[in-house]
Design a binder for this molecule. Structure first.
Ligand code: ZN
Length: 445
């Protein structure tokens, strides 16, 4: 990973995502990993690197609050299935076949894609085992990473099942090793997979452990009608109420999906400030549905975006999720719904706030960590120049990202990962998916 330089980005259009959504012309300076000046003309100090951003938009990095780096390797290998068979027949057997080597290949592939597409921070749900591997890869590649092992102590799939006490102990050991590491760039989140794969005791004791350490809790809820019915059958309650009974509401809880939530559940999410990860591509591809984003936001439920797993997307693009978050609401609520400016906030500062790190990242403001993306607009699909929010949400693509900084470190430079052998990441992924197939004995897609 490259060193942290003083850098001045000159001559761009700065989409700040600050409290008043200012758009500024001019320069941005970072030093010692933080943003030290935003807007106006800045004279670079001796030795500072200068980035020419004329004709480009400078924005905070995307914060994707729900991804599965462990599944990136299975992209294109679990097509055209609804959630529960998709999990049981493809994703869980694949996850259960991961070795530390195949998991590392998956994480490297995912982080390469994320960084090159302008995502600087994720909340990642791991698989059951080898979680140190995910943190090590995130540490080495420079991504801001919040994540944790998936916990599954109810028989779900033989090669993933674990015992309650062992699961709790492993999660807590991981938190002690990784939470706050790399000057706070890595954070642990306790991640029971979903109610159907966890005992009540695991859910309750996990919540207590997370709160003792000040870590987030992350789980899935109300993604698909089959899952909602199964939770209703198992608990007698709708998903969000069942989670509330187990301690899973509050500003430290992030629920992925919430596609099928009723008014009472939305009121409860709002009253408790529980966070929601909206994953529009994943919800469409598994035919799960369209989350009531406008209704959630109207109730002031904190919502942010995520690409979810590569097998149900199949991209990890902040641009794609941002555009869908806007487009999907328009047929339901009218063309005025989810304007581009709102979608940019969902994809950046609202993500940081959902993860409890809104004071550190998510916007271009002095003293925040320098998680900064430069989008090159010198391309036909981004001309003529118009409102920068509209350009970012409705026209720009991941491949338009030219430079990416995390903690002030220059990780993507002129569209290349600095100090990383991209070809090796691609080759290792091909080898790793072959290895996974060999161990699962599934038929290849
Ligand atoms: Zn998920």
């Amino acid at each position: 990973v490259s060193l942290s330089y003083d850098v001045v980005i000159k001559g761009g259009t700065l989409v700040t995502a600050d409290a008043t959504d200012r758009v500024l012309k001019g320069d941005l300076e970072m030093a010692n990993g933080r943003i030290v000046a935003v807007g106006g003309e800045i004279t670079p100090k001796p030795g500072a690197r200068v980035v020419d951003a004329r004709g480009m938009i400078v924005m905070p990095g995307f914060v994707q609050v729900h991804v599965h780096l462990c599944q990136v390797l299975f992209r294109g290998h679990a097509e055209d299935m609804p959630l529960l068979p998709w999990l049981k027949e493809r994703i869980w057997p694949f996850e259960g076949a991961h070795t530390p080597e195949t998991l590392a290949a998956s994480a490297r592939l995912g982080i390469a894609e994320l960084l090159k597409g302008g995502t600087t921070c994720v909340m990642d749900m791991g698989t059951v085992r080898h979680t140190d591997t995910l943190f090590s890869v995130a540490r080495d590649m420079g991504l801001r990473y919040v994540g944790g092992k998936a916990m599954m102590d109810k028989p779900s799939f033989p090669s993933l099942d674990e015992k309650t006490d062992a699961s709790l102990r492993e999660a807590d050991d991981l938190a002690s090793r990784w939470h706050g590491a790399e000057d706070g760039r890595l954070r642990y989140a306790y991640a029971p997979r979903f109610i159907l794969s966890c005992t009540d005791r695991l859910m309750r004791e996990t919540a207590a452990l997370a709160r003792k350490r000040g870590c987030m809790l992350h789980t899935h809820s109300s993604e698909n009608t089959g899952e909602v019915e199964a939770v209703l059958a198992a608990t007698g309650k709708r998903n969000v109420h069942a989670l509330a009974d187990l301690g899973y509401t509050g500003a430290d809880v992030l629920l992925a999906h919430c596609v099928h939530v009723d008014d009472g559940e939305m009121e409860l999410l709002a009253a408790t400030h529980t966070r929601v990860a909206h994953c529009p591509s994943g919800n469409l591809k598994l035919a799960s549905g369209i989350a009531p984003l406008v209704e959630l936001l109207a109730r002031k439920v904190p919502v942010a975006l995520g690409a979810d797993g590569a097998p149900n997307n199949n991209r990890l693009s902040g641009f794609t999720e941002m555009r869908l978050s806007s487009l999907l609401q328009k047929p339901r609520h009218g063309a005025h719904a989810m304007p581009a400016r709102r979608a940019v906030r969902l994809a950046t500062i609202d993500g940081a706030r959902a993860l409890g790190i809104g004071d550190d990242t998510g916007s271009l403001e002095v003293n925040k960590k320098a998680d900064v993306v430069v989008v090159d607009c010198n391309a036909p699909h981004l001309r003529p120049t118009s409102d920068p929010f509209t350009m970012l949400v409705h026209a720009a693509e991941a491949s338009d990202v030219r430079h990416v900084f995390v903690d002030g470190k220059w990780l993507v430079r002129d569209r290349d990962l600095v100090g990383v052998d991209d070809q090796k990441i691609l080759d290792d992924a091909e080898q790793a998916i072959d290895d996974v197939y060999t161990r699962t004995r599934l038929t290849s897609a």
